[in-house]
Design a protein around this ligand. Structure first.
Ligand code: ZN
Length: 149
């Protein structure tokens, strides 16, 4: 294992053990979406609160593998406080990273770059992307239950 892989693993395990913004709130101002990834068993909820064109809060909760749960935590921290336009760009960049492609702006992804390692494992790409898909769908105005087959 080289140093970069080791560092990336540490970031993932740290977010898995100490997730940020975890736990849902009972508040009608939040948009909630439930997504599942049956191939791994990941099952998560994402909640987003908007104010004007800005994401003012992101919550998540659920069960799943370390890749999925840590990625939800990283996503919540990164997108909170961002404008909707920037959030969409960051989400697109994240998909590039997990597919092993170059993001448009790597700096802006901050810790989310650690998921570049999953590009070699197609099943893991779904795990890493689940929370990001959920938040993307909320931004796009979808609500409810979705299964990522
Ligand atoms: Zn998973």
């Amino acid at each position: 294992m080289n140093n970069i892989d080791n560092l990336y693993r540490q970031v993932i395990m740290e977010h898995y053990k100490n997730p940020r913004n975890k736990g849902l709130v009972d508040d009608d101002n939040y948009h909630t979406l439930h997504l599942k990834n049956p191939s791994c068993g990941d099952d998560i909820y994402v909640q987003v609160k908007f104010e004007n064109d800005k994401i003012v809060d992101v919550r998540h909760n659920g069960t799943g593998c370390s890749i999925c749960c840590s990625s939800a935590s990283v996503m919540s921290e990164l997108l909170k406080g961002k404008s909707i336009d920037i959030a969409n760009e960051i989400i697109d960049d994240f998909y590039n990273v997990v597919k092993g492609e170059e993001p448009a702006d790597e700096e802006r992804l901050e810790e989310a770059v650690v998921y570049s390692g999953v590009s070699k494992f197609p099943a893991r790409v779904k795990c890493a992307s689940l929370a990001w898909k959920a938040v993307g769908a909320v931004i796009a105005g979808e609500k409810g239950e979705f299964t990522d087959e």
